[in-house]
Write a protein that binds this ligand. Structure first.
Ligand code: MTE
Length: 300
């Protein structure tokens, strides 16, 4: 990668450099397993516009645990997230089951404060902890014929009450083009606010692609397959007219049933005003080049 992505959202809101410096030191401490509680406080002080822990962990979409926003926080505790391994296969040099602790021992955990925009037209700002997906894919060695990356969520009916209902074709699957997957903005999240990511948010390992609608950010991943053909995705299979493969945040392309021009920021209270949705969720500088020459209405 030509550049290391810089966290512009948080930088813009830095008001007190000493808090920022302090947080950097805390991040280093966190890498060695210390000061987790300290980080949470410092990150909150610095990035004034991040949503609260409560917003982020009590209003969720994780249909394997039910379709109401409060279901995942109520029911996802039954998911056993340790031990965990991720099968990486397809067009890679070193296919196999990678134990999560082995993956983590080779990764540097960073904080990334990202806008998160759901296709349902609500949004949050989330301080994720995680690592770049490209670093994980490099462990397995991506072969030159690979063009897409397919992801799969764990499927355990005994631990996931929602999969009794055929809301989606289980397991939940998602996909990215390889260049999207390798973009430095694309991360695998393992934490929020310096704490382990809660089950309802996709523990122990979930994808975050901040310029795409939230449903692309697949949770509790157990399999990653490199392929040369565009993989099927759950929401596209369920309703291809409403949910495309790309699903880039785009205020100019309406969902067939509602406009995507504005969004409701969570945590603003009942009467909070809607705000304009940004093209590619505000990450145009970083990712617009991926779609040069493509008609984003056709490839929605
Ligand atoms: N991943 C799985 N496995 N199952 C789901 O139902 N919902 C998606 C996405 N990932 C979902 C999923 C949708 S619609 C959104 S908006 C985000 O997760 C919500 O992430 P959050 O609960 O951490 O805010």
């Amino acid at each position: 990668m030509a550049y290391r992505w810089k966290n512009t959202l948080s930088d813009r809101h830095v008001t007190d450099e000493s808090i920022y410096m302090n947080r950097r030191q805390l991040m280093t401490a966190a890498a060695s397993g210390l000061a987790m509680a300290g980080i949470a406080g410092a990150a909150r002080a610095e990035a004034l516009e991040t949503n609260s822990w409560e917003d982020i962990t009590s209003y969720n979409n994780y249909y394997e645990f039910g379709t109401s926003k409060s279901d995942p926080a109520k029911y996802a505790h039954t998911l056993v997230t340790s031990p965990w391994s991720v099968q990486i296969d397809g067009l890679v040099d070193r296919p196999g089951a990678y134990a999560l602790e082995d993956i983590l021992s080779k990764m540097t955990i960073e904080e990334r404060i990202y806008r998160f925009r759901c296709v349902e037209a609500w949004s949050m700002v989330v301080p994720w902890n995680g690592f770049e997906l490209s670093d994980m894919l490099e462990l397995a060695g991506v072969q030159s014929g690979a063009k897409y990356v397919a992801f799969e969520t764990v499927l355990r009916p005994d631990e996931m009450p929602g999969v009794r209902y055929p809301v989606l074709d289980w397991p939940y699957v998602e996909g990215l083009r390889l260049d999207e997957a390798m973009n430095p903005l694309t991360i695998m999240a393992t934490g929020i606010y310096g704490k382990d990511i809660p089950n309802q948010n996709g523990a122990p390992l979930r994808l975050v692609v901040p310029w795409k609608y939230g449903f692309k950010s697949i949770k509790s991943i157990v399999r990653i397959t490199l392929t040369d053909t565009q993989p099927p995705t759950s929401w596209n299979k369920s309703n291809g007219r409403e949910y495309g493969f790309y699903s880039n945040v785009n205020p100019e392309v309406s969902h067939p049933r509602w406009s995507q021009a504005t969004e409701r920021p969570l945590g603003g209270g009942l009467f909070a005003s809607r705000q304009p949705t940004l093209m590619l969720n505000g990450y145009q500088d970083e990712v617009a080049s991926l779609y040069e020459g493509m008609d984003l209405r056709e490839h929605f």
